[in-house]
Design a protein around this ligand. Structure first.
Ligand code: HEM
Length: 410
């Protein structure tokens, strides 16, 4: 991680991206929040300001003065993903709005709600297979196959025999979503290869669905039309790749990080077992407490000011949503995992786990459905669920926070 140089002149102490903090970055985030509203970093030769407090993070995510600036040619970040047609997570309005609204037409609340019984069936059959063994790896036995079936199968329409390849591509591309300046060369190379193969695969699948629509969201996307506007083949391929990367790793890690938080807090686990109606609040707390998508980037689209600092058009920032979730100014006793925090008539303020503003996560309802079904069924069917002994290790990623394995005794 030699590309990260903290700038002691600007604000000392932001070292949360160093690998030493991977198992638990939250103390380092706390030091950064307490030190100042913002810290400075250099990513390679790019100076970047890092925001770790809730107020500034929320302001930037929801403000039209902040975006990505690739089309305008002002982004200081290197991000080849931003050049993929259709990959609207790195686009600014009005271009972004065109894609978002076309994709929304296929991804309706009704379509997503219709997936509930499917998710429940998939979860039950995965647990049937896993629970007999007396030990379950929550990642490999539950979270990964669930995401592959739902995002890979039901959303993207990838046939079951092709899904293992999908997992390989997804991991390499997801790893490559960290800023390029923080990636080792082998991760950059693996990402390029995976992106090329994955794009070729989806080009074939899009052509198939155009010829013969099936019961999946990709078929709906192929047909979607608004005021005579339709998605082109390259745009459809880019959207498939975006949905794959944005939807798989994140939903796997919500289940993994969420179950781990419960296993480490037996009182909260017992409370959720006793009051399953708290699941909705528990999920929000999992997203506040240990976030699958730790941070995102933004660029000032015009000269502006945040947290007492001035920014010129084209300046880059990192918004650490995972740190905002632990901000004591917004969440009392922020390091306590409390599944009732988002329950009742005065729930805690919304977490930033799904972002805010125009890029607010398109898949949030599906992610909630998947995690709630998976965690709910696991608790019901494994009444003695407990963490198995052994070290836990995390994926070598900064943006995505997720466990490699989560072995638990049942
Ligand atoms: C717990 C699971 C998930 C988390 C934590 C999560 C998080 C996020 C975040 C933080 C963003 C905004 C990034 C930014 O502002 O720069 C985002 C955007 C997005 N997410 Fe998710 N996501 C999850 C699940 C999903 C799923 C299941 C899908 C799709 C099936 C999905 C599709 C998307 C898409 C397409 C965007 C881009 C939206 C836009 O730019 O308009 N996400 N997600």
């Amino acid at each position: 991680m030699t590309a990260v140089h903290t700038d002691p002149e600007a604000v000392p102490g932001f070292d949360a991206f160093e690998p030493v903090h991977r198992a638990d970055p939250y103390p380092a985030f706390r030091r950064a929040r307490e030190a100042s509203a913002a810290c400075s970093l250099r990513l390679g030769d790019v100076p970047v300001t890092v925001f770790t407090r809730y107020e500034e993070c929320a302001t930037i995510l929801s403000s039209p003065q902040w975006g990505h600036g690739y089309r305008a040619g002002i982004s200081p970040f290197r991000d080849p993903g931003a050049r993929i047609p259709g990959s609207f997570v790195r686009m600014d309005p009005p271009e972004h709005g065109r894609f978002r609204s076309l994709v929304n037409k296929a991804f309706t609340p009704r379509t997503v709600a219709s997936l509930v019984p499917v998710v429940e069936r998939v979860v039950e059959s995965l647990l049937d297979a896993a629970l007999d063994r007396g030990e379950v790896d929550v990642i490999a036995d539950l979270a990964v196959p669930l995401a592959l079936t739902m995002i890979g199968g039901r959303v993207l329409g990838v046939p079951a025999p092709d899904r293992p390849a999908l997992r390989g591509w997804e991991l390499a591309i997801a790893r490559g979503t960290d800023p390029d300046e923080l990636l080792p060369p082998d991760a950059v190379a693996a990402r390029s290869l995976a992106a090329r193969d994955c794009a070729a695969y989806f080009a074939g699948l899009v052509a198939q669905r155009r010829a013969e629509p099936a019961d999946d969201l990709l078929s709906a996307l192929v047909l979607v039309e608004e005021h005579g506007d339709r998605l082109t083949e390259p745009e459809l391929v880019g959207i498939c790749m975006l949905l794959l990367v944005a939807g798989m790793e994140t939903s796997i890690n919500l289940i993994g990080n969420g179950v781990l938080a419960l296993l480490r807090h037996p009182d909260q686990l017992a409370l959720l077992r006793a009051r399953p109606g708290l699941m909705a609040s528990a999920l929000e707390e999992m997203l506040r407490y240990d976030l699958p998508t730790q941070f995102t980037i933004r660029v000032a689209l015009s000269d502006t000011e945040v947290g007492g600092r001035r920014f010129a058009r084209g300046d880059g920032v990192i918004v650490v949503m995972a740190s905002a979730g632990r901000d004591g100014a917004v969440y009392p006793d922020p390091d306590r995992f409390d599944i009732t925090r988002f329950d009742g008539p005065t729930p805690a303020r919304r977490h930033l786990g799904f972002s805010l503003g125009v890029h607010y996560c398109l898949g949030a309802p599906l992610a909630r459905i998947e995690a709630s079904a998976a965690i709910g069924a696991l608790l019901r069917r494994a009444p003695d669920l407990a963490l198995a002994s052994g070290e836990l290790s995390y994926l070598p990623s900064l943006i995505h926070r997720g466990l490699v394995r989560l072995p638990a005794r049942t």
